[in-house]
Design a binder for this molecule. Structure first.
Ligand code: S3P
Length: 444
């Protein structure tokens, strides 16, 4: 495994502005919802990266036409859905196994759709995805009438599904998870009647917003309860996907940490269910500003302005977690520079992400010389501390967000920090190091 050395960027202030690649969560949903619509959808600024490519590849195996037009970031999707009550033909039974790669969103959302389709399909993924918990979707989908087999009684992939003839259900989920909620809402599209999902906290709501834009009957009963009525004929989408706030977070963190930095991150999704990190930083005194500039498919987008600054502890409690769930490793790193002790709790979900992100964060921060306590559902990090150069490269554990967290650390720790397994960044943000170099005034 190669280890990248970001030494040439170290300490160089980040300046200027940059447009972020399209949001990953929205891109998965746009492809899937378009695949179910009656007609041709146009999706612009689709997220690059391997995860969204996995969704597109699986949909092609299901007979959906997904064509790149001009640039790979613009695609035309021709929908095919029988159960929507519309005129489009249904998905085709896939001749091979659907490989979701590293992408939990692909596997969980597609399983919800396949549960409603009269066909047989098998879904698998890489080693990380095959370890991730799936009972949280297989159990409620079975309750709606889907037949699903999988390892450990459907707790882990590979999963085999025979869908069709779903009945509506009122679900209560144990964790606030947008993947689970979205899977169940998509299945609800195919069940005649009203289905609902109630969560312990509000997770990101792109699916609800985009389904409503496609004409589905989705109703937000409260921030944590959503109803959907099936069957529904979906209209095609014409979308410009705003930039990914979770990718923006890494550039923002780098700018906050490197003295002399001042950056503007343009055309980013500012959906409040995604911008928890920026609110937390602003509350802690960091110079971070969100400027809403427009709306697309019911989603606010705009610019994020960040300047190098000092900030206080970045405490996170359970109710904060859904809106910053993917940013917690980065919060751990930022906490080493905060003026005081940061405590993160209610974040046990991080243990079942692409890696155990609480353990991976604690391990890397300790290697950088920080004082960290790990608990079953969180971390406590002492700040401020000068970060040191670890004797070994920092490990990504094959997890894109860990790889990018350590790349940011290497900009401010002593000379010579290396990151092992940095190729994982390609899962969500293949241009990350290039964008960082551009802002640092170096050639990518
Ligand atoms: C996602 C939801 C979150 C997040 C993941 C993407 C989505 O996962 O961590 O990166 O697109 O719905 P959970 O739903 O498991 O919290």
């Amino acid at each position: 495994m190669t280890a990248v050395d970001l030494g040439r960027l170290r300490g160089r202030p980040l300046r200027g502005e940059i447009e972020l690649p399209g949001d990953k969560s929205m891109s998965h949903r746009a492809l899937i919802i378009a695949s179910l619509a009656d007609g041709r959808s146009r999706l612009r600024r689709l997220a690059p990266g391997r995860d969204v490519a996995s969704t597109a590849k699986c949909l092609r195996q299901l007979g959906v036409s997904v064509l790149s037009r001009g640039s790979p970031a613009e695609v035309i999707v021709t929908g095919r859905s029988s159960a929507s009550g519309g005129a489009a033909p249904g998905y085709l039974e896939p001749a091979g196994v659907l490989d979701c790669g590293n992408s939990g969103t692909t596997m969980r959302l597609l399983l919800g759709v396949l549960a409603g389709q009269d066909l047989f399909a098998v879904l698998t993924g890489d080693g990380s995805l095959r370890r991730r918990p799936m009972k949280r979707i297989t159990a409620p989908l079975r309750q709606m009438g889907a037949r699903i087999l999988g390892r450990d009684d459907g707790a882990q992939a590979p999963l085999a599904v025979e869908g069709g003839n779903l009945r509506p259900a009122a679900h209560r989920t144990e964790a606030a998870s947008a993947q689970v909620k979205s899977s169940l809402l998509l299945a609800g599209l195919f069940a005649p009647g009203t289905s609902s999902v109630t969560e312990p906290g509000q997770s990101r709501d792109h699916t609800e917003r985009m389904l409503a834009a496609a004409g589905a009957s989705v109703r937000r009963v409260s921030p944590v309860e959503t109803e959907i009525s099936g069957p529904a004929a979906l209209k095609p989408l014409d979308l410009m996907i705003p930039g990914d706030p979770s990718s923006a977070a890494f550039l923002a963190a780098a700018a906050l940490l490197v003295p002399g930095s001042s950056v503007t991150l343009r055309r980013v999704s500012l959906n409040p269910t995604r911008t928890g990190l920026f609110r937390l930083l602003a509350r802690a005194g960091a110079r971070v500003e969100l400027r809403v500039a427009g709306e697309e498919a019911g989603e606010p987008w705009g610019d994020i302005l960040v300047r190098h600054s000092e900030f206080g502890p970045l405490d996170v409690v359970a109710s904060d977690v859904p809106a910053l769930v993917d940013e917690i490793p980065l919060i751990g790193l930022l906490a080493t520079r905060a003026g005081g002790r940061t405590t993160i709790s209610g974040a046990a979900e991080l243990r079942v992400k692409e890696s155990d992100r609480l353990a991976a964060t604690a391990e890397g921060l300790r290697a950088l010389g920080a004082t960290v306590e790990e608990s079953p559902d969180g971390l406590a990090v002492e700040g401020p501390v000068e970060l040191a150069v670890p004797p070994e490269p920092l490990k990504s554990h094959g997890d894109h967000r860990m790889a990018m967290t350590w790349a940011v650390a290497s900009l401010v720790a002593g000379d010579g920090v290396k990151v092992a397994g940095s190729g994982a960044m390609d899962v969500s943000y293949p241009g990350f190091l290039g964008d960082l170099a551009t802002l640092a005034g170096c050639r990518p």
